[in-house]
Design a protein around this ligand. Structure first.
Ligand code: ADP
Ligand code: MG
Length: 640
């Protein structure tokens, strides 16, 4: 087979994902059908932005004096709506690939998150950015005529599809560069044939588009007793960049509509900050915190949140240098007055202006979050649920703002089991007068944390303990050593030193039992051999007979489990070995007291059982669960 004959009409199949997306969209987005217009206008405006940008390096692409504009026309007789632009246009190959496939990364993840619940899926599709294909919500046939800027008139193309499995492509003529998208409306969509209706959708969704949107003016025809279109055009949007307007001239509704435009989110933003920064570096920032996490939040490389403009000219929408990775959930626009228009990614990486913008924008976002935390606590709580875990990454990513980030953290604790609502400052405010440290416990789940034997002494003394159960917590703790001058101390590490929280009588008691149980401790240690690092008595337990701890600088049992689960046990083998548990015995527990009278053989069984149950109580897994079960049964029978 030779090269495809580009001079005849050809039929091609959509990529499988496109078919799936089209099907989903048509069924689950029907109640939001008006968005097709927002999407087509947004594409037309992108196309104008792209041409403006390419023409900087290649001025021949655009005739002098060409005004870039978008046209929207309604034809009642033909039952069509047409969205036109004189932007960059598409070549044949571009049309085939851009309108026949989904180029977005994360497509597979997106499909895996669909739940089948229409309401939820509609939200997700919205986040994904439905774009061009949303035309098929209202149209049963879509025709695109397009000519790439820089290509001759006879290399224009006509693309057409009924939205099922395939599309056709053939040569066409178009007088100028740009694109017309013609929607042949479905039966029953007559409402959209009213210019008034279309205009009202445009004002609602697309007012902020910086390129003018033009429609034919209507006039009342007295004889016909209906409104008729005239040859005169009117601009139906404000046609200036929303972010460049003064705050006082922008309503909340307009801010929200603009958010939907930049984020592709159907929902409303939680909060935004809009500033014109002057001084050494001059730029405008309009940054939003979404209400809901996007489906690709966990992908640290997914950085499409901020659109970069230079003096109103769109430059790129994935400039990752503009915000640090832990703020990747932020959406919005940054418009610099200092960067050159022909700025490249390489320049961005080195630019001092970009560094200033990143620092300034980071501070603004943190300020916005602080304001929420202080004045709109319910909203902050919902922010924390959606994005808290990502914000924690900031402790490692952004040393300069570590303290501000630490203040924004929220945790579950023994006083607020379940919800993550306790700020470190709240904790410090509630500390006992003799308390020197901030105590925490890490565990796999909130239930395991709440039931841990390590909490017994703290409950008895009414000392609050933070319960950390998110995956990032262990990692976070390596950057969060102290807060407000108070050290963060694990309740499951090291010799429990309650400092002045323990009274003199208790210290004396500790010394006394250590002496009294010296012999037993020695025997248990021999019995357990390699399985433990050490054995000792403790007063930290009230109900449980035993618990395991690790040395102060060792990896916690919880972290060891995480690493094992992540398959890094091999790599970190050395480190894992060195943090074998220390078994601590509760001298006041009847089981432990009875051990004194056991012979060596039976002591061995008991010691192994106590170690295993202490591991289980921590939420740990036993290396040999079957042996544990056998031993337990043996002992139950022996005790009958
Ligand atoms: P997105 O806009 O998020 O990229 P769309 O589905 O809306 O996704 O559009 C897909 C692609 O089709 C665009 O990225 C663009 O390359 C091309 N496209 C769509 N409409 C136009 C247009 N009016 N002019 C030029 N290219 C267009
Ligand atoms: Mg689009």
């Amino acid at each position: 087979m030779g090269a495809p004959d580009t001079q005849i009409k050809q039929t091609m199949g959509f990529q499988a994902e496109v078919k799936q997306l089209l099907h989903l969209m048509i069924h689950s987005l029907y109640s939001n059908k008006e968005i097709f217009l927002r999407e087509l206008v947004s594409n037309a405006s992108d196309a104008c932005d792209k041409l403006r940008f390419e023409a900087i390096a290649n001025p021949g692409l655009m005739d002098d004096g060409t005004e870039l504009a978008i046209g929207v026309a309604v034809d009642k007789a033909a039952r069509t709506i047409t969205v036109s632009d004189n932007g960059i246009g598409m070549s044949r190959d571009e049309a085939i690939s851009h309108l026949g496939t989904i180029a977005k990364s994360g497509t597979r993840e997106f499909f895996s998150q669909l739940s089948g619940d229409q309401q939820k899926d509609a939200q997700l599709i919205g986040q994904f950015g439905v774009g061009f294909y949303s035309s098929f919500i209202v149209a049963d046939r879509v025709t695109v005529v397009s000519r790439r800027a820089g290509l001759p008139a006879e290399q224009a193309i006509r693309w057409e599809s009924g939205g099922a499995g395939d599309f056709t492509i053939e040569p066409a003529d178009r007088a100028t560069h740009g694109t017309d998208v013609v929607l042949h409306l479905k039966e029953g969509e007559d409402e959209l044939l009213s210019s008034w209706k279309v205009k009202s959708i445009l004002t609602r969704y697309s007012d902020h588009i910086a390129t003018p949107i033009r429609m034919a003016k209507e006039e009342w025809d007295k004889d016909k007793n209906e409104s008729v279109t005239t040859d005169e055009k009117e601009t139906v949007n404000q046609a200036n960049a929303l972010w460049a307007r003064s705050k006082a001239d922008i309503t909340d509704e307009q801010y929200k509509a603009f958010y939907k435009h930049v984020s592709h989110d159907f929902g409303e933003p939680l909060a935004w900050t809009h500033n014109r920064v002057e001084g050494k570096s001059e730029y405008i920032q309009l940054l939003y915190v979404p209400a809901k996490a996007p489906f690709d939040l966990w992908d640290r490389n997914q950085r499409h949140g901020i659109k970069l403009y230079v003096k109103r000219v769109f430059i790129m929408d994935d400039a990752e240098q503009l915000l640090p990775p832990y703020l990747r959930f932020v959406r919005g626009v940054i418009d610099s007055a200092d960067l050159p228009l022909n700025v490249s990614r390489e320049i961005l990486q080195e630019s001092r202006d970009v560094k200033a913008i990143r620092e300034g924008s980071t501070k603004r976002v943190l300020g916005l979050l602080e304001d929420l935390a202080e004045n709109r606590q319910d909203e902050y709580a919902s922010f924390w649920t959606e994005f808290g875990q990502v914000l924690k990454e900031g402790l490692g990513d952004d040393a300069a703002n570590r303290e501000r980030i630490a203040k924004l953290l929220r945790f579950a604790s023994t006083t607020s089991v379940g919800a993550q609502t306790v700020a470190l400052a709240d904790y410090v405010g509630r500390m006992k007068s003799a308390q020197k440290s901030i105590y925490y416990l890490t565990a796999d789940t909130p239930a395991a944390a709440g039931a841990s034997p390590h909490l017994e002494i703290f409950r008895k003394k009414d000392v609050e303990v933070l319960l950390l159960t998110d995956r990032v917590d262990e990692w976070m703790l390596s950057f969060l050593r102290e807060f407000d001058g108070k050290e963060l101390v694990s309740v499951a590490k090291g010799d429990l030193d309650l400092g002045e929280l323990a009274d003199a009588a208790e210290k004396e008691e500790q010394a006394k039992v250590a002496d009294e149980f010296k012999d037993l401790v020695g025997r248990v240690k021999t019995a357990l051999g390699d399985a433990v690092k050490d054995v000792r008595v403790t007063l930290r337990l009230t109900d449980s007979p035993a618990c395991v701890v690790v040395e102060r600088d060792a990896m916690s049992q919880h972290l060891q489990r995480l690493l094992k689960a992540a398959g890094q046990g091999g790599q970190m083998g050395g480190a894992l070995d060195s943090s074998k548990p220390i078994l601590e015995l509760n001298p006041n527990h009847e089981l432990v007291q009875r051990l004194k009278g056991e012979n060596d053989e039976s002591l061995k069984e008991w010691a192994a059982l106590l170690l295993d149950q202490a591991m289980l109580a921590e939420g740990g897994q036993l290396d040999d669960p079957a042996a544990f079960v056998k031993r337990l049964n043996r002992m139950l029978l022996a005790g009958r």
